[in-house]
Write a new protein. Structure first.
Length: 114
């Protein structure tokens, strides 16, 4: 048998976990569709744009705060002020692109007459 007491206890724990996990393996797991219940391309694009906005707005808020902190700690350095200005500009441009992406599905639908 096992001479090491720790290895013996570990093997008992391991087999106990396996025995307890066996009933769980046989059950069916249902995964929700992350794209929602859509059947059209416009609906799919709209769902993806909504998801990106839900992620993008908090990231934009964080980046605006980072730019504000960069402005505060610039200390008059022209290089640091320029970096803070670029961070703020890119954050606002990114937010604008996300908001424009939300309208793409409605524009596609109106052009194609769907």
């Amino acid at each position: 048998m096992l001479k090491n007491k720790t290895a013996y206890l570990f093997s008992k724990l391991f087999f106990a976990i396996i025995i307890l996990a066996v009933p769980v393996v046989g059950r069916a797991v249902q995964i929700e569709n992350p794209l929602g219940e859509t059947t059209t391309i416009a609906g799919l694009v709209d769902n993806i744009a909504t998801f990106l906005i839900q992620i993008g707005i908090p990231i934009t808020t964080i980046m605006i705060l980072v730019a504000a902190i960069q402005f505060m700690f610039a200390g008059g350095s022209e290089k640091r002020v320029t970096a803070a200005r670029q961070t703020l500009t890119y954050a606002v441009i990114g937010l604008g692109v996300l908001l424009l992406a939300k309208g793409v599905s409605s524009v596609i639908t109106s052009f194609l007459g769907g």
